[in-house]
Design a protein around this ligand. Structure first.
Ligand SMILES: Cc1cc2nc3c(=O)[nH]c(=O)nc-3n(C[C@H](O)[C@H](O)[C@H](O)COP(=O)(O)OP(=O)(O)OC[C@H]3O[C@@H](n4cnc5c(N)ncnc54)[C@H](O)[C@@H]3O)c2cc1C
Length: 378
């Protein structure tokens, strides 16, 4: 078949969550350049859901809150395994960061009753490898869990296919043209047709817009790197919370018996199959050494991914306004996994009824907050 109702470009978390929601009442085709879905940002995330993460951005806040229930209580038959696992996050501060930590606590406490202020000794009891001289105070947020990204991805794909949605991999979109009320989407050899195209190409959304002769939204991919190291001898680490420096200079968390450490870097990058730079790895090891008793002898594995932002760091979800049938699903930044269930529903509702789902509306989300038209220069 070559004709569809909606063609989605990109099989990361954004594209497949939208595909799943749209497939219920549309003929959906998802096109992916790589030989497997989730190869780029989606497969490289820290996989964390934190209701307070990004909550200063009204759109991220609404999409995150409205997604929470999906992870704890997914649709029947969505996944055989649980999509989430309790983790918790401990924000820590050294002496010079105490003011920032107190302010952080005061700002978030009204929205999150679970937040707990902790003394340095309580912090060390929770995560014994933290150096008391570095971590003199903390804020503990229990309302944080890890997402099984692979199970979520598989659930979306299975559900989409069950509703007759199609995924084609190894298909790099290189040509896009709007003609006779249809988008013609091609890799140079083969073309597919649909009145609506969803641009969910992650770091490449502006590249695709250029191919389609649509004005870009100004996406900026930022590289973030991580390393995997051995845990310390002795204590069981699996139940430790994630530990984040309150000014986000670094974070670490247990990861399948190892410890994942990131310097929480945000380095400007072109859209690409991004790799960590030596300095990223050195910084991660340096911060871990400053804040903990971890004795890093060897980096078992390192990787990097792109977090893609527009100027105001809120997602871009909506019809282009200038190019007919061209829908943006972009700029998820560091929140694209935790917001995916609600973002997918929002895409379907906007495309089908030009409306925001009621629950998202009640949480303060409006079309304008996420519309591409809000961006300067557009
Ligand atoms: C280190 C790191 C940590 C993170 N931690 C978290 C976290 O804890 N929680 C959270 O919620 N989020 C987190 N994120 C963010 C999250 O990973 C992203 O927001 C999300 O994965 C974005 O999904 P996407 O589908 O937009 O992009 P991608 O997963 O990059 O998917 C885009 C797809 O489009 C395809 N594509 C591009 N161009 C074309 C073309 N021309 N033709 C066909 N296909 C094309 C690409 O191959 C790619 O597969 C993190 C990100 C990173 C890098």
């Amino acid at each position: 078949m070559e004709n569809y109702d909606v063609i989605i470009i990109g099989a990361g978390m954004a594209g497949i969550s939208a595909g799943y929601e749209l497939a219920e009442s549309n003929r959906v085709l998802v096109l992916e350049r790589e030989d497997q879905p989730g190869y780029h940002s989606t497969g490289r995330s820290a996989a964390v859901y934190a209701s307070s993460y990004g909550s200063e951005k009204p759109a991220v806040n609404a999409l995150t809150k409205a997604s929470g229930g999906f992870f704890s209580n997914p649709p029947e038959n969505f996944s055989v395994q649980s999509l989430q696992r309790q983790r918790g996050v401990l924000f820590v501060a050294h002496q010079d960061e105490i003011g920032a930590l107190d302010k952080f606590f005061q700002n978030l406490k009204p929205h999150n009753q679970q937040l707990e202020l902790m003394s340095g000794s309580d912090v060390s009891k929770l995560v014994p490898i933290l150096k008391p001289e570095y971590c003199v105070k903390g804020v503990y947020d229990r309302d944080v869990f890890e997402i099984d990204v692979h199970a979520l991805q598989e659930g979306y794909l299975r559900g989409m296919r069950h509703q007759s949605g199609t995924l084609i991999t190894n298909f790099e979109v290189t040509e896009m043209r709007y003609q006779n009320e249809q988008w013609i989407i091609s890799n140079g050899n083969k073309s597919y047709y649909a009145p609506i195209v969803v641009n969910a190409a992650g770091a490449w959304v502006d590249e695709l817009a250029k191919i389609a002769q649509v004005r870009p939204v100004g996406i900026q991919p930022l590289r973030r790197s991580a390393i995997l190291v051995d845990p310390p001898e002795g204590p069981a680490v699996d139940n430790w919370p994630m530990v984040v420096d309150v000014q986000e200079n670094f974070y670490f968390k247990p990861d399948a018996g190892k410890i994942m450490v990131s310097s929480a870097n945000e380095d400007i990058s072109a859209p690409c199959d991004v790799q960590p730079e030596e300095l990223d790895i050195a910084y991660a090891a340096h911060y871990a050494g400053e804040a903990t008793h971890l004795n890093i002898q060897r980096v078992e594995h390192s990787w990097a991914g792109l977090r893609n932002f527009v100027q105001d760091r809120s997602p871009v979800i909506g019809f282009d306004g200038e190019a007919k049938g061209f829908f943006w699903l972009a700029g998820q930044g560091g929140y694209g996994i935790q917001t995916a269930p609600a973002a997918g529903r929002l895409v379907a509702k906007l495309i089908q009824e030009d409306l925001v789902p009621d629950d998202l509306g009640k949480l303060g989300l409006t079309k304008e907050l996420v519309s591409p038209q809000r961006l300067k220069g557009r």
